[in-house]
Design a protein around this ligand. Structure first.
Ligand SMILES: [Zn+2]
Length: 138
């Protein structure tokens, strides 16, 4: 077993390995695989299957690629999308978790998400990011 691991490590030397883009592609692959279980149309199922194979091929190609600079550039281009999606999920989770004591409102100037106490009435809110003040009625 140890010998096999060493052989794998030698094989992977100088290769790119994995990153957030590969992880996300794998999650997409799993989602498509799950969706495909419930698709009963043969043509649609075949198309999803082909897309799954392409994604799997892309993951393997990226992991084994020796062109580390190009793969890093792809990952850097992908990271803002990844951060936007995960940020949305994190914020939604926080909104649900805090819904009893806090409200989330958007700053009208810089569009930042602000957390305010869930107290009824008119409040003056000051945005910590841009410093603008505005009234909010809850
Ligand atoms: Zn602001």
């Amino acid at each position: 077993m140890r010998n096999l691991m060493q052989k794998f490590m030698i094989f992977m030397q100088g290769r790119y390995g994995t990153d957030k883009l590969n992880h996300s592609l794998f999650v997409l692959f799993l989602v498509l695989w799950l969706v495909n279980i419930f698709v009963f149309n043969r043509t649609a199922s075949l198309i999803i299957y082909i897309v799954e194979l392409i994604i799997l091929g892309l993951i393997i190609f990226r992991s084994l690629s020796r062109n580390i600079v190009a793969r890093s550039a792809e990952n850097r281009k992908f990271l803002p999308i990844y951060n936007a999606v995960t940020g949305w999920f994190k914020l939604t989770y926080k909104k649900i978790k805090d819904r009893k004591y806090y409200r989330y409102i958007k700053c009208p100037v810089c569009k930042a998400q602000l957390r305010v106490k869930n107290k009824k009435g008119k409040h003056t809110v000051r945005c910590p990011r841009c410093g603008s003040e505005f009234d909010k009625t809850i």
